[in-house]
Ligand binder design. Structure first.
Ligand code: TRH
Length: 381
């Protein structure tokens, strides 16, 4: 493996896919930015390349090693990582490094810097933990903890250097036509829906179907999109279906770089987990977030912490509209969802304006990958 990068400056990024797409999605985004924007030699060790293949169709899920966009992607399930040429090791989401790799790190004359990249949270405690170190219990190594966040004393959020320029130059009509659809009819609301199957999506469909204005719900293929097909009685080949005032559109699961464009093409984005949640904020469009469910309801604390930050400064009416839809989308019975959807539509312009101001505020905060590079290289002796 050292033959790929003979010099001692490689960044080894370790990604263990728990489930869904976010581990792979975040790690690929960071690895690609390290290579493309910071010209660093990066090895992405991923244990399930097939998950990354869904986001990156050019990836060969069967290959042990491959190079895409300047990143060397290694199948961790088949190769044994060696740290010989590593300067920095990023352990994504505390996934754990192979014991043999850690032992080899400790035996190096200049062990690489070991940084644990944590999950994103808006909770206040994050700032006090960001940048702290923890000594290895047995070996002469220490791990540094790096927390993403919403600024103010943490690592910030990943944002490609050209993202906002691409966003602001985006042409939604071109996007829709490239996918084989006409642009949405004017005067309605277009929303993308990327959520876990337990979201009250049938309530949303019924609220839109019987609504006073046209609605378009866009469903990228996945568990929810498949369930919506059978709910709406749409055969597998059907790409679009009208139900009253609602049009349903099914899209393929898009390459990660195109998913941003879907977010930019919509008036509202239902997102989930971590990466789509962040991308929806950069899209400067109103968002409804369904965090990944965790034991002891830790996701509810994350949801409340973000809501408090996001709605600070909103008028009571706009805040109530945002909280209403956010609340009912995160409660499976969805009893109040129809009223919350109407309340949201009543505050649509104010929510769109707020989403733009929120994105602009985040731009002033640290960008995660640049902060990570500065942090890690600042530790390299
Ligand atoms: O897929 P997720 O639910 O992943 C989750 C979360 O990351 C969660 O934090 C983590 O603990 C859990 O995995 C293990 O949601 P997320 O984070 O939004 O990741 C989805 C990725 O898929 C993101 O990079 C966007 C991408 N995507 C596409 O590339 N194309 C698409 O069509 C869609 C809908 C998403």
């Amino acid at each position: 493996m050292a033959a790929i990068f003979p010099n001692h400056q490689v960044w080894d990024l370790f990604c263990r896919v728990v489930d869904n797409y976010g581990d792979a999605g975040v790690c690929w985004r960071i690895a690609r930015m390290l290579a493309a924007e910071h010209r660093l030699p990066v090895r992405l060790w991923i244990d399930r390349p097939q998950t990354l293949n869904a986001l990156l169709p050019e990836l060969d899920a069967a290959a042990e090693v491959q190079h895409i966009d300047g990143v060397t992607i290694c199948d961790w399930s088949r190769l044994v990582p060696q740290p010989q040429s590593a300067a920095v090791v990023v352990e994504a989401f505390g996934c754990g490094l192979p014991e043999s790799y850690v032992e080899a790190m400790a035996a190096m004359p200049r062990p690489p810097q070991w940084v644990v990249l944590e999950y994103l949270s808006a909770e206040d405690w994050v700032d006090g933990h960001h940048g702290l170190a923890s000594p290895h219990p047995r070996l002469p190594l220490q791990r540094w903890f790096f927390f993403p966040g919403f600024g103010g004393g943490n690592g910030g959020l990943p944002r490609e250097q050209d993202l906002l320029t691409r966003r602001d130059g985006f042409d939604a009509a071109v996007f829709w036509r490239a996918l084989g659809f006409a642009p949405p009819e004017p005067g309605g609301v277009t929303a993308s829906v990327f959520a876990y199957a337990d979201a009250p999506w049938t309530r949303l469909i019924e609220a839109c179907r019987s609504g006073p204005e046209p609605s378009l719900l866009v469903l990228p293929e996945g568990a929810l999109a498949a369930a919506a097909r059978s709910y709406a009685g749409a055969a597998q080949h059907v790409k679009s279906l009208r139900l009253g005032a609602l049009e349903l559109r099914w899209l393929p699961f898009l390459p990660q770089r195109l998913y941003d464009e879907l977010l930019w093409a919509c008036d509202c984005n239902f997102v989930r987990g971590e990466d789509s949640f962040v991308r929806a904020q950069w899209a400067a469009r109103p968002l409804v977030w369904q965090p990944y469910r965790q034991e002891d309801d830790a996701h509810a604390c994350k949801r409340a912490a973000f809501a408090a930050r996001y709605t600070a400064g909103m008028t009571p009416e706009v805040s109530a509209a945002w909280h209403g839809l956010q609340h009912h989308w995160n409660h499976a019975d969805g009893v109040g969802l129809a009223a919350a959807w109407m309340g949201w539509r009543g505050q649509r312009e104010a929510l769109i304006s707020h989403a733009g101001a929120w994105s602009a505020r985040l731009v002033a905060e640290p960008e995660l990958v640049a902060a990570l590079v500065e942090f890690a290289l600042g530790k390299v002796k």
